[in-house]
Design a protein around this ligand. Structure first.
Ligand code: AMP
Length: 114
């Protein structure tokens, strides 16, 4: 059995997080090391490791994560725009092997990322 990720432990309330949204399939909580005034992670409750592990059966769930991202951005007042980022694998900068969408906003973000 693979070890539980820190995000599964947050979903199961084994460790605390500042939760901003929850529904049957997803949880959204503030990033512990924010890179912008608003930095929230949206995660599926089902522990899919990364984008590289998706198949067609996951399409609805992944779409849901982005709808939640939009709802959270609205809820947190990001009317002037925001960014959704999904890091994938070591070269993509992924450090937690539980799929997550970063929502970043509250300041002008630069492009391209490093
Ligand atoms: P990534 O590098 O794309 O895998 O993003 C992982 C994110 O999880 C980083 O931005 C971390 O700051 C964040 N993170 C790690 N541990 C926690 C935690 N316990 N609560 C909230 N965010 C966390």
């Amino acid at each position: 059995m693979t070890e539980k990720t820190i995000f599964s432990r947050i979903i199961e309330r084994e460790i605390p997080a500042e939760i901003v949204h929850e529904d049957d399939d997803s949880l959204a909580f503030r990033d512990v090391n924010p890179q912008a005034p608003v930095h929230v992670l949206v995660v599926p409750k089902r522990p899919i490791p990364s984008l590289a592990d998706l198949d067609a059966a996951d399409a609805e769930l992944v779409g849901h994560l982005f709808v939640v991202a939009r709802q959270v951005a609205e809820q947190l007042g990001l009317a002037n725009g925001w960014r959704a980022v999904v890091n994938c694998g070591p070269d993509g900068g992924q450090s937690v092997d539980h799929l997550h969408v970063h929502i970043l906003g509250g300041r002008k973000l630069s492009w391209p990322p490093g």
